[in-house]
Unconditional design. Structure first.
Length: 219
C-alpha cells in the first residue's frame, strides 16, 4: 500500500511557476497526486464544489418539481381525492349514543336561531336554511313504505340523501325525493314538517338558496 500524500508539505520548486506561465494548474495538481496518475486525467475527472450556495447553478427542472410538490402539499384535496380516501364514508358499525352530543349541539344551535327575535313562522323559514347535522328526523311519508317510521339523528347530508343513525345502531339512507320528514325544535316546542323534494341541494348551498312558496307536494 502506497504511502499517503502529505497535504501540508511545501511545494517543490517544480510547482513554483509564474502565474502567467502556461500549465500552472497542472504543475500544482501534479504535486498532490500519485506519480502513476497524470494531471490531465485528474483535472478531467474533477467536479466543481461551490462553497457559496449563492453561486450554485439552479436546475430549472428541479426548481419546477419542488414548486409543483409545494403546490400539491399546500392545496386542499379535490372531490375525487376525498372520495378515493373515503372521507365521506360513514362506517356501518356506528352507535346511536355517539351522536347524542351532536344532537344536543344542534338543539343549542336552534336555540340561538330562535333567540334572534322571531316568531314560529319566521323561525320555520330559517329552519329551511339551517344545517340538519344532529337533528332527529322522522319519516312520516314516503313513496317507499319501508322508510315510513324511521327515526334517527342525521349524521350526514348529501345532495339526494339523509343518512341517519337509528336507536338500534343502524345506519339508514333516506332519499330526499319522495319523503316527508318531521323535526322537533326544543327552543320553541314546535314540530316542523319538511318536504325532502324541496331540500334537494347540499347543506352549504341551501344556506344561500331562496325558497319560494310551493303547493303541497303529492307523493
Amino acid at each position: 500500500m502506497s504511502k499517503p500524500e502529505n497535504l501540508y508539505a511545501s511545494l517543490s520548486r517544480k510547482a513554483e511557476v509564474n502565474s502567467a506561465k502556461e500549465g500552472e494548474v497542472k504543475a500544482i495538481v501534479s504535486e498532490f497526486i500519485s506519480s502513476r496518475s497524470s494531471a490531465d486525467k485528474t483535472l478531467k475527472n474533477m467536479k466543481s464544489v461551490f462553497l457559496d450556495a449563492a453561486n450554485v447553478p439552479v436546475n430549472e427542472m428541479t426548481k419546477k418539481k419542488k414548486t409543483r410538490k409545494q403546490q400539491l402539499k399546500d392545496r386542499p384535496l379535490n372531490a375525487r381525492e376525498r372520495r378515493s380516501l373515503k372521507v365521506y364514508d360513514v362506517p356501518r358499525d356506528i352507535r346511536y349514543e355517539w351522536f347524542v352530543p351532536l344532537h344536543e349541539l344542534w338543539q343549542g344551535y336552534m336555540k340561538d336561531l330562535y333567540g334572534q327575535g322571531c316568531d314560529s313562522q319566521q323561525f320555520a323559514q330559517k329552519l329551511l336554511k339551517a344545517d340538519f347535522h344532529g337533528a332527529i328526523f322522522t319519516v312520516v311519508r314516503s313513496t317507499n313504505p319501508t322508510y315510513v317510521g324511521a327515526t334517527g339523528i342525521v349524521v350526514q347530508e348529501t345532495l339526494n340523501l339523509f343518512k341517519i343513525a337509528t336507536k338500534n345502531n343502524k345506519l339508514k339512507q333516506i332519499p330526499k325525493a319522495g319523503s316527508v320528514f318531521t323535526v322537533t325544535a326544543d327552543a320553541c316546542q314546535c314540530v316542523f314538517t319538511l318536504y325532502g323534494q324541496q331540500l334537494l341541494c347540499r347543506a352549504a348551498e341551501r344556506a344561500a338558496k331562496k325558497f319560494k312558496a310551493k303547493p303541497t307536494i303529492d307523493l
